[in-house]
Structure formats: C-alpha cells, structure tokens
Design a binder for this molecule. Structure first.
Ligand code: SF4
Ligand code: SF4
Length: 315
C-alpha cells in the first residue's frame, strides 16, 4: 500500500508517543454490505476477511489483564461477523462500554432483523455514518437508495429509545466531506444536522462527529487518480495545529485487525504500518504501551488539521 502512495513516505510529522491505553478498536473484518467511495478500508460485499472466535478470545484475554474501558467495534460492517454477538456480550460481562460503528443500512438488510433490538437491549453505543443530511450527497457517496434506507434505520433506532433525551442509549452520527476538503466546524454542522433531520424526518440523535478523510486506501487512490493527492496533502499540512498532537486517538487507543495484529490506529492498519518501534505485532504479545513511540507518516496530518479529527470527531 505504501508503495502505491509514495508521498506518504519520508514523513516530517512530529514524533508522538502513547499515553495509558484505554480503548481497543477492533476491526471484525472487511466484509460490508456497502462499497462507499470514501472507504479507507476498501470494504465491500466480496471481502472474505473475518475475525474468528479464537482471535476474539485472545482479545478478551488481553482485556482481562489490561485496564481497557471501551471496546470500539468496526469493520467493514462489524455486525456481519458471525461472532459479533459473542464478542459484544463477553465485553459487556467484563464491564466494558461497547461501541458499534454501524453503517445504518445493515439494520435494514434481510437476516439482520435481530440487530437493532440486540444493540438496544445491551445498551451498545451506536456511531452511525451518515455522510450528509441531503439525499443526493449520501446516494452519490454510498449508492442509490442509501439515504432513504438510512433514514428508516434511524427512525427504527429512535423508536427503540436511541438518541432520545430521556434515554441512555447513545446514537452519534458521523460526517465526512465528499471530497478533498476539510470538514466544516463540528458544532455548527451538528446544529444543521439536528435541525434538518428533526424537521424533515422527526429524527433525533446525541452528537455529530465530523471526521477528515484520510489519504489512504480507496480515498487515497481516488486522490491519486484525479490528480488531487498533492493538493490534499498540502491542505492538511497547511492547516496543522500543534495542540491537536496531544489528543490524536492513537495516544490512548490500540487498533486490532481481523487476525489479531495490532497497530497504532485503524489507518495504520490499512497501511500495514506496524505498531510503534516495538516488535510486538499481535494482541497476545502486547504488554504495557505507555510511553512507546507511535508510528506516524504524512497521513497523520489528517488527524491534526484544523479542528482535528479522531474516532469521536473534532479534538
Ligand atoms: S465506509 Fe463503512 S459502510 Fe462504507 S464500505 Fe467502508 S466500511 Fe462499509
Ligand atoms: S493517522 Fe493514526 S497514527 Fe497518525 S496521528 Fe492519526 S491516529 Fe495517530
């Protein structure tokens, strides 16, 4: 991957190191019901990589001996992993907060009628991607008909109590720009999303996370093929904000791939960029990471540009 994105080599991104580990972000596989143009995972319906139950048990063993408080599940569509329910319930039994990064459309797929009820019953926090509140933009990025299906899915979650003021069922939405631009100011965008979705569809949610697009995988290839790669990298670098360095998500989060291999973040996972300077490459080998160097390259400027970008939006 790095060979196809040569500009990511020879980085001048400042050196950073880890704080205490608090969050495990686990990628359950690259199988997805969608194939979005901005996808940094290259996920899709034809991908076959899926985490097996034995690897999940190794992750649970790691949790048992580390003070991790949150399990953040991602993919692909993490719910398409046949052992999704096993890992969620095991983590909840251990007192962890569980986050499901849900593409919404999966809630409407045949065979997944159980999903919304399962998430609500187990108080799983949902972080749902809705790249825009306008139909045309969503259909362009995710495929025809995806906006209407996302709206129906959000209404289904609201009916279960998600996103309602009197409920602890958290429903957060994710925005990312359509192209090679930085996301707009998160608070103002959240107000627009809330107003539009409530007025037109009666939908409520808790927070909006505005994420920058990382110049890797499918989006990186689109930038290269359209001649925008250099401009986008310059945009990220020109908007570098040093205070964001203390809050990038790799400071307290460890990314685990479907085989149990570990990385400083989900983006490094996609670039096959190994964990820090340490030689530990699998979750079963990882001990204390505090103070360890983080493996950074030019793509990291997407996390520090402007208002910053992390798994929970602006930083
Ligand atoms: S962006 Fe999300 S929903 Fe879209 S293809 Fe990638 S993993 Fe699937
Ligand atoms: S891309 Fe990953 S390693 Fe780089 S700053 Fe962002 S979270 Fe950290």
């Amino acid at each position: 991957m790095l060979d196809s994105l040569p500009y990511l080599k020879n980085s001048d991104f400042p050196a950073i190191s880890r704080n205490k580990l608090e969050i495990l972000q686990v990628n359950l596989g690259y199988l997805c019901n969608l194939s979005c143009t901005h996808c940094h995972v290259n996920a899709g319906p034809k991908r076959t990589e899926l985490m097996d139950k034995a690897t999940m048990d190794e992750i649970l063993t790691f949790i048992d001996s580390h003070a991790v408080h949150t399990l953040d599940l991602t993919g692909g569509a993490p719910e398409m992993n046949p052992h999704f329910r096993y890992l969620v319930t095991q983590a909840l039994d251990r007192g962890l907060k569980v986050i499901d990064r849900c593409n919404l459309l999966i809630l409407m797929e045949p065979g997944f009628e159980w999903l919304a009820g399962f998430l609500a019953k187990n108080r799983v926090e949902i972080v749902a991607s809705l790249p825009c509140y306008l139909k045309d933009n969503v259909d362009k990025q995710r495929g025809k008909g995806t906006f209407d299906a996302s709206i129906t899915a959000l209404q289904k979650l609201n009916a279960l109590g998600y996103g309602q003021g009197n409920s602890d069922l958290q429903l957060n939405l994710v925005f990312n720009p359509q192209g090679a631009t930085l996301p707009p100011e998160q608070q103002a965008l959240e107000r627009d999303y809330k107003q539009h979705l409530y007025e037109h569809f009666g939908i409520v949610f808790n927070h909006l996370f505005a994420l920058a697009n990382l110049p890797v995988q499918r989006f990186g290839s689109v930038l290269l093929s359209t001649g925008q790669f250099d401009n986008y990298m310059n945009l990220l670098k020109n908007n570098f904000q040093a205070p964001n360095l203390d809050k990038v998500m790799c400071k307290n989060t460890l990314s685990v791939d479907w085989q149990g291999k570990v990385y400083d973040c989900d983006f490094n996972q996609m670039l096959k960029l190994p964990l820090g300077t340490d030689n530990k490459t699998h979750i079963r080998q990882v001990a204390d990471l505090t103070g360890k160097a983080i493996n950074t390259l030019q793509h990291c400027y997407a996390c520090t540009a402007g208002q910053g970008s992390s798994c929970t939006g602006a930083i």
